[in-house]
Design a protein around this ligand. Structure first.
Ligand code: ADP
Ligand code: MG
Length: 256
């Protein structure tokens, strides 16, 4: 295995927001996350790539504690992940998550989807929450869909609503797990554009994706995983033009 060290922007590196320290996780006999050390700076965009089954989704899910870990530690903004209760609900609000399958509430309108967390978890006053929800729907380009139900929207629109819903909680970091993998090709760009804008606005983001164009243009850093390990980390240009490990070379030769 080859470790690649890179020079990162001095400012964000000085301000760690998400820190995974020697994280290990098993599913039965499967050692799905092995000695993961990963620090994500405030404002940084990290793209995670790697073969299917390498542990990318599990990595995301540990960061908002949808999965527990066996050893090591994870801190968000200096605080360890809470185990349960209200603290955990608050943590989940601080860590926005967007999944491959949009996971909107089917029996709520688009507007209600974006309102719910604000009212229940953040306890925002209704009028303010609604103003914010409408502004966010406008930001992701679906303001005119507010009163529809998710099933009445295209996949690309639903995914943009899912992003707005996560943003409504004012998350400190946004996790995206293959957000465009379930979309028809013509809808991929509209979602990537919203993510690009979010990156430009300074959101801290962890993005699992096979969209290498997005990785090249939006990522500060590419993390390549294989078999539960971080095999290689580098700036995108360096990673795509000159991958160091055989596993990364092999992976890129299959997808590029
Ligand atoms: P990736 O997102 O990179 O495709 P995952 O994190 O989804 O990888 O999965 C990594 C490995 O862990 C795979 O072998 C997968 O089958 C296994 N796995 C994922 N979730 C579970 C689970 N809840 N129980 C048992 N095995 C799991
Ligand atoms: Mg996955």
């Amino acid at each position: 295995m080859t470790e690649v060290s890179v020079t990162k922007d001095a400012a964000p590196a000085a301000d760690p927001l998400v820190v995974l320290d020697n994280v290990n996780k098993h599913f039965g006999a499967l050692h799905v996350l092995q000695d993961i050390d990963l620090t994500i700076a405030r404002g940084e965009v990290v793209v995670v790539i790697g073969p299917s089954g390498s542990g990318k989704s599990t990595l995301c899910r540990t960061i908002n504690r949808l999965e527990t870990i066996d050893s090591g530690s994870i801190t968000i903004d200096g605080k360890p992940l809470p185990a349960e209760g209200r603290e955990l609900a608050r943590l989940r609000a601080d860590v926005g998550m967007v999944f491959q399958s949009f996971n909107l509430f089917a029996h709520k309108t688009v507007l209600e989807n974006v309102l719910l967390g604000q009212l229940k978890v953040r306890r925002t006053e209704k009028k303010l929450a609604e103003e914010k929800a409408r502004a966010l729907l406008d930001r992701v380009g679906v303001a005119n869909q507010a009163d529809k139900y998710p099933a009445q929207l295209s996949g690309g629109q639903q995914q943009r609503v899912a992003i707005a819903r996560a943003l409504a909680m004012d998350p400190k970091v946004m996790l995206f797990d293959e957000p465009t993998s379930a979309l028809d090709p013509e809808m991929i760009n509209e979602v990537l554009e919203v993510m690009q804008q979010l990156a430009r606005d300074g959101m801290t983001m962890v993005v699992v994706t096979h969209e290498m164009g997005f990785a090249r243009s939006a990522a500060n850093r590419v993390v390549f995983m294989s078999d539960g390990r971080i095999v290689e980390e580098a700036q995108p240009d360096q990673f795509f033009s000159n991958p160091r490990s055989d596993r990364a070379k092999d992976f890129l030769s299959k997808i590029l």
